[in-house]
Design a protein around this ligand. Structure first.
Ligand code: C5P
Length: 300
C-alpha cells in the first residue's frame, strides 16, 4: 500500500479522527477558542498518490469535484513545504476521498498532514517533528494531531499535541446526519454557558495513562448540545442511533458526525445494519493505534 509502485506513484493513507472528549475552555483574544481534547485516529481514510514531475509545478486532482482545485488544503500544504525547504521539485498529488466533507472528522486536515510528512520524507528535507507540527498549525487547528496520530491529548488552539498510550482497539459506528455544519459557525454560536473546565479531557487522559483503558462514561463534547438544538436532524439522528441499540452516542468535533464505540464487531454490526436499513449514512470502522496510523506512511 505504501511502497512506491513501478510507475513511480507513492501511496499514502490519511486516517480520519474522532474527538473522545472536546472541552472548549473559552474564547481567546485572537478569535479562536482554547481547547482540550482527546483525539483518536479511526480506520476511515483518504488515499493520496504522489508522483514526481519534471519541472517545478504542483499538480493536484481530487475525485470529489467540490474539493478539486488549488484552494484545497493539500495544495496549501505543498506550498508551505516549498517555503520551509526551498524545494522546487515538481509533484503531482491525486486525492481519493473516503472521509466525509465537513463531517467533524478532520478529513481535510489529515490530508494536509499526510502531505507534510510524505514530502518531508520524499524530498529528504529532514524537518524535525517539532517544526512539522508548527507548519501543520499554520494550515489549520486540527492538522498537528494528524502528524502524530493514534491517541493524543490536544490543547491550545490545537497546536499542542501530547501522545497518549494506545487504547485497546474498539469497533465503531459512525453516522453522518444529513446536514452540513460549518466549524466557524459552530464555534461562533457558543456562549460562555457552553464553556467547560477541561475536567472531562483531564480525567480521560489520566485514565488512559494509568489504566490504558477507556471509561465510556468519560466521553464529552462541549459543542454537542448547541449543535443538537440548532440542527434538529442531528438530535433526531442521535435518537435513532440510541434506538438502534448504541449505549452511548457522541458527536465528533464540530459535527455533525456521531459515533458509538463497541468492544465487539458483532455488537457494532447489529447497530450498523439497523441504521443502514433506515437509509442512513453510516460506516462500520474501528480505532487505529499510532503505529498503524504511521505505517500508512512508511515508504521503505
Ligand atoms: O484552524 P481552522 O482554520 O481549522 O479553524 C476553523 C475555524 O474554527 C476557525 O476559523 C474558528 O472559527 C474555529 N476554531 C476556533 N477555535 C479553535 C479551532 C477552530 O474557534 N481552537
Amino acid at each position: 500500500m505504501n511502497k512506491m509502485n513501478p510507475d513511480g506513484w507513492l501511496f499514502t493513507r490519511a486516517y480520519a479522527k474522532i474527538n473522545l472528549t472536546l472541552d472548549v475552555l473559552g474564547r481567546r483574544a485572537d478569535g479562536y477558542h482554547e481547547l482540550a481534547s482527546v483525539m483518536q485516529t479511526v480506520a476511515l481514510a483518504d488515499t493520496l498518490a504522489f508522483r514526481a514531475l519534471n519541472g517545478r509545478q504542483t499538480e493536484f486532482f481530487c475525485d470529489l469535484p467540490a474539493l478539486d482545485g488549488p484552494e484545497n488544503l493539500v495544495c496549501r500544504a505543498v506550498q508551505v513545504m516549498r517555503e520551509a525547504t526551498g524545494c522546487q521539485r515538481g509533484v503531482r498529488i491525486e486525492l481519493q476521498k473516503s472521509t466525509p466533507m465537513q463531517g467533524g472528522m478532520g478529513g481535510g486536515s489529515s490530508d494536509a498532514a499526510a502531505v507534510l510528512v510524505t514530502l518531508n520524507h520524499w524530498w529528504g528535507s529532514g524537518l524535525k517533528q517539532k517544526y512539522l507540527l508548527e507548519l501543520a498549525a499554520r494550515l489549520g487547528s486540527d492538522v498537528p494531531f494528524f502528524v502524530l496520530g493514534g491517541t493524543a491529548l490536544v490543547e491550545g488552539r490545537g497546536e499542542r499535541v501530547t501522545p497518549l498510550p494506545d487504547l485497546p482497539g474498539l469497533w465503531m459506528v459512525l453516522l453522518k446526519p444529513p446536514v452540513a455544519v460549518s466549524t466557524p459557525a459552530a464555534f461562533r454560536a457558543l456562549t460562555p454557558g457552553d464553556y467547560t473546565d477541561g475536567q472531562a479531557t483531564a480525567k480521560l487522559a489520566a485514565a488512559i495513562r494509568n489504566a490504558g483503558a477507556l471509561p465510556l462514561d468519560g466521553l464529552a463534547n462541549a459543542l454537542e448540545s448547541r449543535i443538537c438544538q440548532e440542527y434538529p436532524a442531528v438530535a433526531e439522528s442521535r435518537e435513532a442511533f440510541l434506538q438502534a441499540g448504541a449505549q452511548l452516542v457522541q458527536m465528533s468535533g464540530s459535527g455533525p458526525t456521531l459515533f458509538a464505540l463497541f468492544p465487539s464487531l458483532a455488537g457494532a454490526a447489529t447497530v450498523y445494519q439497523a441504521l443502514l436499513r433506515e437509509g442512513r449514512q453510516v460506516w462500520l470502522t474501528r480505532t487505529v493505534a499510532r503505529a498503524e496510523a504511521l505505517a500508512g506512511r512508511q515508504y521503505d
